[in-house]
Design a protein around this ligand. Structure first.
Ligand SMILES: C[S@@+](CC[C@H](N)C(=O)[O-])C[C@H]1O[C@@H](n2cnc3c(N)ncnc32)[C@H](O)[C@@H]1O
Length: 217
C-alpha cells in the first residue's frame, strides 16, 4: 500500500527519507556506481540527451546526471536532502555548470506552473513517498508540449523476479542491503496516464526491472 493511504504519514515518511539520505550521502556515489554499471547501462546519457530548454531535474541527488546534459540546457534541480544537494552543488562547480539548485519537496514543487520544457527524474520516483503527487507536480510545472523523461526500477512482469523485488523492498537488511527505503515494485506509466501525460516511449530491460519512459504534456 502506498504511503499516502496512511492518514498523515506522508509528512513523516518524507522527514524520514530526508534524514536517511542525509546519513547516506557520503556513501551514495560509491554504491550507486555499481548499480549503474550492472543495471542502467547508458541510461543516464539516454535521459539527459533528451533535455531541451528550461530543464528541471527532480530528486537530483548528488548530481550524477550533470555531466550528461547538453551545454544548451538551462538546468535547475530540486532535492530533499541537504547533504545530497551539497554534493550536487560541488559537482556542478567541478564541471563548471551553472545550475539552479533548490532544496525542496518533489511532492509540492516550489515552481510556478508551466515553468519548464523538460522534467528529468532518474531513480527518484521509487524513493519519493507519494510518487503520484510527484508526477502530478511534474505535469503542472511543464509547458504544454513539454516532456518528462524517467529512468528507474519498476515491478518486473516475471513472477520470480517480482518475488525477489518484494523481498528486497520489505526486508532489505535480510538480503544485505543497507540504504534508505526504496520501493522496488511500483509502476510509473499508470501514474503518467492518470496525470494527463501522453506516453511517447517505453522500454524495459534487465528482466523488465529497469524502465525508460518519455511522455508529453
Ligand atoms: C536513489 S536517489 C536518486 C538520486 C539521483 N536522482 C540519481 O539518479 O542518482 C533518490 C533521491 O530522491 C530524493 N528524494 C526522496 N524524496 C524526495 C522528495 N519528496 N523530494 C525531493 N527529493 C526526494 C532523495 O533525497 C535522494 O537523493
Amino acid at each position: 500500500m502506498r504511503d499516502r493511504h496512511h492518514a498523515g504519514s506522508t509528512g513523516d515518511s518524507t522527514a524520514r527519507i530526508r534524514q536517511d539520505y542525509d546519513a547516506y550521502a557520503a556513501r551514495y556515489d560509491r554504491e550507486t556506481s555499481v548499480y549503474e554499471r550492472t543495471m542502467l547501462g547508458d541510461g543516464r546519457g539516454w535521459a539527459c540527451s533528451q533535455a531541451r530548454g528550461d530543464v528541471l531535474e527532480v530528486a537530483i541527488g548528488t548530481g550524477r546526471n550533470l555531466p550528461f546534459y547538453p551545454r544548451s540546457a538551462r538546468l535547475s534541480g530540486i532535492e530533499l536532502s541537504p547533504a545530497m544537494l551539497a554534493r550536487a552543488r560541488a559537482r556542478a562547480g567541478d564541471l563548471g555548470r551553472d545550475v539552479q539548485l533548490v532544496e525542496g519537496d518533489a511532492q509540492a514543487l516550489p515552481f510556478r506552473d508551466a515553468a519548464f520544457d523538460t522534467v528529468v527524474c532518474t531513480l527518484g520516483l521509487s524513493s519519493i513517498p507519494d510518487d503520484r503527487a510527484a508526477v502530478v507536480e511534474m505535469h503542472r510545472v511543464l509547458r504544454r508540449g513539454g516532456h518528462v523523461v524517467l529512468l528507474g526500477h519498476v515491478a518486473s512482469p516475471y513472477r520470480p523476479l517480482r518475488t525477489w523485488q518484494r523481498l528486497l523492498e520489505r526486508f532489505p537488511a535480510v538480503v544485505g542491503v543497507r540504504r534508505p527505503a526504496d520501493r522496488q515494485t511500483r509502476q510509473v506509466v499508470p501514474l503518467l496516464d492518470a496525470a494527463g501525460f501522453t506516453v511517447l516511449y517505453r522500454r524495459r530491460t534487465r528482466g523488465g526491472i529497469v524502465e525508460r519512459v518519455t511522455a508529453a504534456k
